[in-house]
Write a protein that binds this ligand. Structure first.
Ligand SMILES: CSC[C@H]1O[C@@H](n2cnc3c(O)ncnc32)[C@H](O)[C@@H]1O
Ligand SMILES: [Zn+2]
Length: 432
């Protein structure tokens, strides 16, 4: 017997084309999509334990947030309107030194709550005290790729690397297979070449991918050029980083040779338009990256530089930023933006074939969006409505690994009031 039958829903599969099954059914068995097709074609109501009425709703893959620092929800609106390096060194890093395990747990729970409520089903995180992040992921029911952030030029460089290894041993494939562990060298300006080489060797030994900030600001490009005579991408290539699967966050300041290196090495890019705009870092050349065949996913970055984790908003910003930056409104159309937030995100995280599309045999990670909203009327174009007019509160139901995490906007795995109360107490202690 199947577990869930979603009936009479508009299905956006993201299987390559913009086609929509207008009146479709989705059958879920265990953690996977068992069948999908026109209304009445996949199962009878009697054959499913649970039937969900999908009328007036869109079913689509859950959003994949390819770059964040989950527990930085604790630092939301604590330090704003500053450039990256000043923001990090004067405001963020001093407070992060005071973070306790419970701060990380409740900060991550707050992140998971916000993500579920805005339709994200998978996220890629880089932070520290990662066992607490993993516990929050396990409790929330989300899927995540987690990496211990590694600052290689500080006093904890060696210890951090050991922690990443232990975290891998303990949590890779954890939470029922929903957690994948990566290694997280923070950036080329915080990780000297010898340290990067150590990280590469260890990640290679464990078969893990790497998650790193790359070419985020002009000052990073200048600094790396002054130290190594190369661009950040050229420098990382020269130390052998791209021999492993790499998730490169930001990639704002690239030249044509950098783009060619990223394409040739199948590097996945996590584009973070709102963080890049807020820190005035610049506009990543997404149109050029896509044209060169680089897979670009979408990320929010941490809630301290965004200041939310809303992927619907991020998609809209991504499309708008490309248009204003190139002066070409045809660049990054709505469906391309939607792909970065779903199918591309899955590929960038090495999870293509499992998530990012609605397809028989793939993981049942999907969301239902309420179409019956004033800002979705009239319904000329469902995809343009979603990308250019959608709002996080339109997300009605969230399913991950076949489990319902939110239904009718009620989160089932997390006590919302408890999480907000605990997060506020700890944020007050940290920066009060
Ligand atoms: C060592 S864990 C991750 C580390 O990254 C910091 N961080 C947050 N946002 C950014 C960003 O946009 N660029 C570079 N580093 C960032 C975060 O505060 C943690 O210290
Ligand atoms: Zn970041």
């Amino acid at each position: 017997m199947a577990d869930i039958l979603i009936q009479g829903v508009s299905v956006l599969t993201m299987e390559g084309s913009e086609d929509i099954i207008e009146n479709g059914d989705i059958l879920i068995k265990g953690d996977r999509i068992a069948a999908l097709g026109p209304y009445g074609s996949v199962s009878t109501e009697e054959q499913a334990k649970r039937v969900i009425d999908g009328s007036g709703k869109i079913a689509m893959p859950g959003f994949v947030n390819c770059h964040t620092h989950a527990a930085m929800t604790m630092l939301r609106s604590y330090a704003d309107d500053m450039p990256l390096m000043e923001w990090l060194s004067e405001k963020i890093w001093p407070v992060e030194d005071k973070l306790e395990p419970e701060d990380i747990y409740w900060g991550t729970m707050l992140c998971c709550l916000e993500m579920i409520k805005s339709g994200t089903t998978t996220f890629a995180d880089m932070y520290f005290i990662m066992d607490q992040v993993a516990l929050a992921v396990e409790k929330s029911g989300l899927r995540a790729c987690l990496s211990r952030g590694l600052i290689g030029n500080g006093p904890n460089a060696g210890l951090a690397l050991e922690e990443n290894i232990n975290f891998f041993k303990e949590w890779n494939d954890g939470a029922g297979g929903r957690i994948k562990v990566m290694f997280g060298p923070h950036a080329p300006y915080t990780c000297p070449p010898e340290y990067l080489k150590q990280v590469i060797e260890l990640a290679g030994k464990y078969g893990a991918g790497l998650h790193i900030h790359v070419a985020e600001t002009k000052s990073e490009v200048e600094q790396i050029n002054a130290s190594y005579g190369r661009t950040p991408v050229g420098h990382l290539d020269s130390v052998g980083l791209f021999e492993l699967p790499v998730l490169a966050a930001h990639c704002v300041h690239l030249d044509n040779a950098d783009i060619e290196i990223l394409a040739r090495n199948n590097v996945g890019v996590a584009h973070c338009p709102e963080s890049n705009m807020k820190l005035a870092s610049g506009a990543a050349p997404v149109a050029g990256l896509l044209e060169a065949g680089v897979c670009v996913g979408l990320g929010t970055d941490g809630a301290a530089s965004n200041n939310n984790l809303d992927m619907l908003e991020e998609m809209r910003s991504a499309a708008m930023l490309q248009k204003v930056n190139t002066g070409d409104p045809t660049v990054m159309p709505a469906f391309t933006a939607l792909r970065t937030a779903t199918a591309n995100g899955a590929r960038v995280l090495g999870l293509a074939g499992e998530i990012g599309m609605l397809k028989t045999g793939m993981k049942a990670d999907l969301i239902l969006i309420n179409k019956h909203r004033p800002h979705f009327c009239p319904q000329h174009n469902l995809i343009a409505n979603l990308v250019y007019a959608g709002h996080s509160t339109d997300v009605d139901t969230v399913i991950v690994d076949g489990k319902i995490l939110m239904e009718n906007r009620r989160v089932l795995t997390i006590d919302e009031e408890e999480v907000m109360r605990e997060a506020q107490i700890r944020a007050d202690r940290l920066v009060g």
